[in-house]
Design a protein around this ligand. Sequence first.
Ligand code: NAP
Length: 312
Amino acid sequence: MEKEHRKLVIIGAGPAGLSAAIYAARAELKPLLFTGMVLYGQASVTETIENYPGFPNGIGGNDLGQTFQEQAERFGAEIEYSQVECLDLSVRPFEISTFGKVVTADTIILATGADNRKLGVPGEVEFTGQGVSYCATCDGWFYKGKDIHVVGGGDSALEEAIFLTRYANSVTIIHRRDTLRAGALLERRARSDPKISFIWNTVVKEIKGEEKVNSVVIEDLNTHETKSIHSDGVFIFIGHTPNSELFADQLALAEDGTVLVDKTYQTSVKGVFAAGEICDPLFRQVVTSAGMGAAAAISAVRCLEEMECNRP
Ligand code: NAP
């Protein structure tokens, strides 16, 4: 099997991983970055990012990801479009296995991000792609003139609900409380949109349909009454779960599954750093993830210079 050695391997191609690649490449580490399945992470499915500094008119998430990638490659980062199958953090150098290849590395930056949290109700899995979606940018177009539901009360739910009004006849937000978690600006925009309405203190119990979704069963949490309402589609935005399966049993995690890091972004394993949503349950912004990626790369460079990383 092919085997090669790197000073630094980065896992994940979202804002954190690519930003780490820019910094590490400029420090001449020639980092190798494995993209995994989703290039540019969650940013890739964000229609417009309006709060990333330097883009006063906003920029598409995919376009921003491309600029990160171009910048990293310009300085010598190597980007490989493959999935890491297995990681061994108990040996030095560390071992990273992808399909048909093993790479050893003195340092690693984990930037595997987070995935959409699932509701876990009957019908959710069965109708995914047939009326259940986690991505308005990807699937909104299929709901032209339809009556759809958005589940959640955070920034994602509201941002995506507003986006879906481009296509849908009506967008009803189902939220389990009577106040929103989302910021004031998004709340104002959503509340003033004539296509958007809210069902408060309510949860989805089941998603039903034949070939496609045609109704949702909801429960009023105050009265415990359940009823079935017509729906052409259910978009679920109820937060995220960190993608830590690959290394969950090899380093310290918080209760929510995020990787624990110190102030230099080093994990509980010396020489292994983490950045972005894999270690951040609080901020989850493109700009904060990019900042963490840069910081983790600087720490990896220092660690390599001090030659401390090679010792367990
Ligand atoms: P979030 O802030 O964690 O909100 C998740 C929402 O889903 C909450 O309203 C929560 O209800 C609800 N929820 C969670 N589990 C549920 C369940 N099992 N059933 C029903 N509802 C459930 O997640 P997010 O909206 O994805 O945002 C994540 C982070 O990204 C936040 O820090 C946010 O500010 C940021 N973000 C920012 C922007 C922006 O700046 N434009 C855009 C998107 C996201 P409760 O409120 O009752 O807990």
